[in-house]
Design a protein around this ligand. Structure first.
Ligand code: UD1
Length: 424
């Protein structure tokens, strides 16, 4: 049975909202638990579908996983299977993160090509090239990455692009390799710092977390640990955009505002008044119609591609014209088609979009193509006349715990409705 959200336009969001652990961190931390025999405990896990999906992936290679509220306990046996090719693999992108740990532990892995959001081409060449530098062979066979090594030996690895997933996989193989690995042009996302922190707690030797050069000195074994996931900066930013777009007043807790420095600076330029609370959260108040701002997506500390739909949605209701440039995922502008359905005045040319703000959008049925596009459409619906139906909301459920409940508590009127759409 399909579900959609009925989003009533016109709400002003006011109140306080708590952000829990980051989706894009917890899934990698769960994969990292494969590196140590015994029970690794991860707390502050978000209650989203991808967490039990990742648990299934880990079970398929021999782990026991118990999820209780916001805590996941992963017990990794001494004997792991090197084959991660169960159907669970195809359901989320982060499943590919078992490749590095399986190589670290077993020097062998067969990992099904991952699923995840339809946001553009997502090759694994950098993951494979990194493993090759460490001494492995790596091919794609029958829909799986197949990798094997006699020994993994530390090496100098230059990434063509600071890929989050490639940095994580190479890191997780290198922590159990012989000698020293240097990853240059490494990703610098806060989620990379989080996984480095976990690995160091497990006994790994890593320097440079959060910079573009990671130096890893391999150790023989790692031990299980307990770790709290960092707050989800993408969800935190979603609330910030929600406040800006609805001319609201939100206090957002559970996320480090320094992870959002550039985002909050952009929203200030759009007219928001923002007060950070140390590393705990921030308050955002938008008194008047937002002013147009330009956005350019780039790897961290640049403006995150995951926030691009919110940049478009904000621009669609701002005063003036914005230019939005997408440098990471070419298909992300698919979102703009749905914004046009809502009356948005937007056009794309290659990886640029020009959005002319209008006072009010106009409700229509729209379709979420990925997690963030889905949440972006909900925010746009809040700024539209009438009731906007947002379909394919399973995408939103993959990234936003209690999204509808939180929005309703903050003053929105949104209902989750079962039924089939009129459009096939
Ligand atoms: C992660 C996030 C995703 C976010 C993205 C960029 C997870 C589960 N997902 O995805 O939400 O949008 O970071 O911030 O954490 N690329 C290659 N070859 C490779 C690897 C990547 O060409 O081997 C390209 C991709 O096609 C893309 C760019 O590099 O254009 C960035 O990808 P990457 O940083 O690897 O993203 P993910 O880790 O997949």
């Amino acid at each position: 049975m399909s579900e959609h959200f009925d989003v009533h336009g016109g709400a002003r969001l006011v109140g306080e909202v708590e952000v829990v652990g980051a989706k894009n961190s917890v899934l990698k931390l769960m994969a990292a638990a494969l590196l140590a025999e015994g029970t690794t405990t991860i707390t502050n896990c978000p209650q989203i579908l991808d967490v039990p999906l990742m648990a299934d992936v880990l079970r398929s290679v021999g782990c026991e996983v118990v999820i209780d509220g916001d805590t996941a306990k992963i017990t990794t046996p001494s004997e792991l299977s090197y084959r991660a090719d169960s159907p669970a693999m195809g359901k989320l992108r982060a499943s590919v993160c078992v490749l590095g740990p399986l190589m670290g532990r077993l020097k062998q892995a067969v990992v099904a090509l991952p699923g995840g959001d339809a946001i553009g081409s997502r090759p694994l060449d950098m993951h494979q090239n990194g493993l090759r530098k460490l001494g492995a062979t790596s091919t794609i066979e029958h829909g799986c990455v197949v990798a094997k090594a006699e020994v993994l030996r530390g090496a100098q690895i230059w990434l063509d692009f600071p890929s989050v997933g490639a940095t994580e996989n190479i890191l997780m193989a290198a922590v159990l390799a012989e000698g020293t690995t240097v990853i240059d042009n490494a990703a610098r996302e806060p989620e990379i710092i989080d996984i480095c922190t976990l690995l160091v707690e497990m006994g790994a030797k890593i320097e440079g977390a959060g910079t573009s050069t990671l130096t890893v000195t391999g150790v023989e074994t790692l031990s299980p640990t307990e770790h709290r996931v960092i707050g989800d900066r993408i969800v935190g930013a979603t609330w910030a955009f929600a406040a800006a777009m609805t001319r609201g007043d939100l206090t957002v807790r559970g996320v480090n505002p320094h992870h959002l420095d550039l985002v909050l600076d952009k929203l200030r330029a759009a007219g928001a008044d923002i007060t950070p609370f140390g590393d705990e959260g921030f308050r955002i108040v938008q008194a008047e119609r937002p002013k147009s701002v330009d956005f350019v997506t780039l790897p961290y500390p640049g403006f995150a591609t995951d926030l691009q739909p919110f940049a478009v949605a904000l621009s669609a209701v701002s005063e003036g014209t914005s230019m939005i440039t997408e440098n990471v995922y070419e298909a992300r502008f698919r979102f703009i088609e749905e914004m046009i359905r809502l009356g948005g005045d937007a056009r794309t040319d290659g990886h640029h979009a020009v959005v002319r703000g209008i006072e009010r959008l106009s409700s229509a049925p729209v379709w979420a193509s990925d997690i963030r596009a889905g949440a972006g459409l909900v925010l746009a619906g809040l700024c539209a006349d009438g009731i906007t139906e947002v379909w394919d909301v399973f995408h939103i459920d993959r990234g936003y715990p209690h999204f509808v409940e939180n929005l309703n508590r903050l003053g929105a009127k949104i209902a989750r409705v079962e039924g089939e759409p009129e459009r096939a």
